[in-house]
Design a protein. Structure first.
Length: 426
């Protein structure tokens, strides 16, 4: 599918965005092993989160609803059943990595696979701790999906993550729910804590001390009524669009502003971005607020170390913004980007160069000088939703009509993206 994007004279209006993908995945998985019904409102419309719903349905969990509201009838820790077919995670690394922690404890064999892109993404980071807990897992070439998981009793472990990863942390904690005793996970730097907050909401006993999370196994989880805040990662594209296009002022309502995710706003404000949060409240342990964003002259910056881990999903669109700043953008310590849906270092640099923007590819990042002009171009999404959306934003600042090839990739996380961007581009 091809989308054509014309330059915008301003980005303006008020929008509401789909539910946060990270939280939607976690609520659906925990609800399936809680006791009783959970009602989840503003569930993500993205294809990835629906891969999770399809997977829990295949495991014998009744799911009612449509659109953005679902009722999941949980059956407790011991209520899942052997699926009649292999589980399909689609393009969702979140589904396969986090759900594997639950599957590792089941008294049956499960095979879980994904699409061509997911099948190239290595899984050693979850295989190592799950095997240490007693799981037996086979993988293609020892590291790639499909995974064949021989479930069974698990033992608690005290695990230190070799690199920060909220998905791996979640996988281990989910497995720890089924193990007698305490499972502990220590992070090298703090990653997003949606899992910890969600587990507490459902009734798990969990403590956090600095970067160490300790979970008591075999809790009695109870179904809950929950609302998912709007996705800050999705909001990032519209925040950047408003900052990038002169004359812009955009309001975004009900956005999740979890402190482990809000590094994006801190980074942008530190560069000089005019972003206000007129309303802020707590909902189910998550901070939720409205954002007002205005076009700003930005200094530029450096993303490295712990900040890279915090901004890893937003780097493609921040790279676009970097080219329009005074001092440009440098990204380091981001080798993780090479094993996302695409090699995002290469695909970002390639698309920047297509529009005449100078960009240097580093082994673990990129250097993008500032004060550059954006020219109309034909961009390739390479089947990656974040690349498609990032360069749709870039096209708004172009000097003519641009084309996005493979635009359908945006539906993985945000099916309504093209309609939303059209509605706010003046």
């Amino acid at each position: 599918m091809q989308e054509r994007i014309s330059p915008a004279s301003a980005i303006s209006g008020e929008i509401s965005l789909p539910g946060d993908k990270s939280i939607s995945h976690r609520y659906a998985m925990i609800a399936s092993i809680a006791e009783g019904a959970s009602r989840i409102r503003n569930y993500s419309t993205g294809a990835d989160c629906h891969s999770t719903l399809s997977s829990v349905c295949a495991l014998g969990i009744e799911v009612e609803g449509a659109g953005t509201e679902f009722v999941i009838h949980g059956k407790g820790l011991d209520g899942l059943r052997k699926p009649a077919r292999d589980l399909d995670a689609g393009n969702s690394g979140s589904t396969i990595r986090m759900l594997s922690g639950i599957l590792a404890a089941q008294p049956f064999v499960t095979r879980i696979f994904g699409d061509e892109s997911l099948s190239r993404r290595p899984m050693q980071r979850i295989l190592a701790p799950l095997r240490e807990m007693g799981a037996r897992i086979a993988a293609r070439e020892g590291k790639f999906p499909p995974l064949e998981i021989q479930g069974g009793p698990l033992r608690p472990i005290d695990y230190t993550l070799p690199v920060p990863s909220a998905q791996v942390k979640t996988c281990v904690l989910f497995a720890g729910l089924f193990a007698e005793g305490e499972t502990a996970v220590t992070e090298p730097v703090r990653s997003r804590d949606h899992t910890e907050l969600a587990l507490r909401e459902f009734g798990a006993e969990l403590t956090v001390a600095r970067q160490r999370i300790t979970l008591v196994g075999r809790p009695k989880l109870k179904g809950r009524e929950l609302a998912v805040p709007s996705d800050l990662s999705s909001a990032a594209f519209f925040i950047v669009a408003a900052l990038l296009v002169p004359g812009s002022k955009l309001a975004i309502s009900g956005v999740g502003l979890n402190p482990t995710r809000s590094a994006l706003l801190d980074f942008l404000v530190g560069m000089g971005a005019r972003i206000r949060v007129p309303n802020l409240e707590s909902s189910h342990g998550e901070l939720v607020g409205d954002l007002v964003v205005e076009h700003s002259a930005l200094r530029g910056g450096v993303i490295e170390g712990a900040l890279t881990a915090a901004l890893i999903d937003e780097i493609p669109v921040l790279a676009v913004l970097g080219a329009a700043t005074e001092e440009g953008l440098t990204v380091r310590d981001a080798s993780e980007l090479r094993i996302k849906e695409t090699d995002r270092i290469r695909t970002v640099v390639d698309n920047l160069r297509r529009m005449g923007v100078e960009a240097e590819e580093l082994p673990d990042g990129m250097v993008i000088p500032g004060r550059q002009k954006f020219h109309a171009a034909e961009f390739d999404s390479y089947g990656d939703h974040r690349i498609a959306m990032a360069f749709a934003v870039a096209a708004l600042r172009g000097d003519g009509e641009s084309v996005i090839e493979g635009a359908e990739a945006a539906s993985v996380s945000f099916p309504g993206f093209w309609e939303t961007i059209s509605a706010i581009a003046r």
